[in-house]
Design a protein around this ligand. Structure first.
Ligand code: ZN
Length: 190
């Protein structure tokens, strides 16, 4: 469930551009005249809005494709992505950067949760891990990002992934990590 999609005006044949749904106050209205598709599998998408979930793009009904962007990421993951991106934008040192979500690194065929591009071209990746995982898998992703020339990789652990093993690994390998505190809370009070 992505926060980004490829968009172009309906009925046109101009190149698609990447849009980030969190940048729109009223995405359903603003993007109504846009043809939206998944950056990964290219299947048509639409804006999904609900009171209890972060607004995101969703594959249109009928998509039977096994798309990496349609699975694996729950509401918490999307919220964390947005919270981190917003926070980074306020931090010293991030002036003039471009903070891009779900950024595709073609060289290593990986999609980073957040990629920061500095004015001098240096890059920094932020990865969020909430589900249980293995050190091998963290290691593999990290090495791929390095291979792609990413200058700094920061892992954010929460949920089941926020454990001693992962923390020790990140400290040894990368010098540190980020911690996410996820609070349950979906009750609506009107
Ligand atoms: Zn897709």
């Amino acid at each position: 469930m992505p926060l980004t999609a490829e968009a172009r005006p309906k009925g046109s044949d101009v190149e698609y551009r990447i849009v980030d749904i969190t940048r729109y106050e009223t995405p359903r209205i603003t993007l109504a005249d846009q043809e939206l598709r998944c950056p990964e599998c290219k299947y048509p998408m639409h804006v999904y809005q609900s009171m209890i979930r972060i607004t995101h793009f969703k594959h249109n009904p009928g998509s039977t494709r096994d798309c990496a962007l349609s699975q694996g990421e729950g509401n918490e993951h999307m919220c964390a992505k947005q919270a981190i991106a917003e926070k980074l934008a306020t931090l010293r040192g991030y002036e003039g950067t471009r903070i891009l979500k779900e950024f595709w690194l073609a060289d290593v065929e990986r999609r980073a949760d957040i990629c920061v591009i500095y004015p001098d071209g240096n890059t920094e990746v932020h990865e969020i891990q909430l589900a249980k995982t293995t050190i091998d898998s963290l290691e593999e992703r990290t090495n791929d990002y390095r291979r792609a020339g990413v200058g700094d990789i920061i892992w954010w652990f929460g949920g089941q992934a926020d454990n001693q093993n992962n923390r020790v690994w990140a400290k040894d390998k990368l010098g540190g990590y980020g911690e996410l505190s996820i609070t349950e809370g979906r009750e609506l009070v009107l």
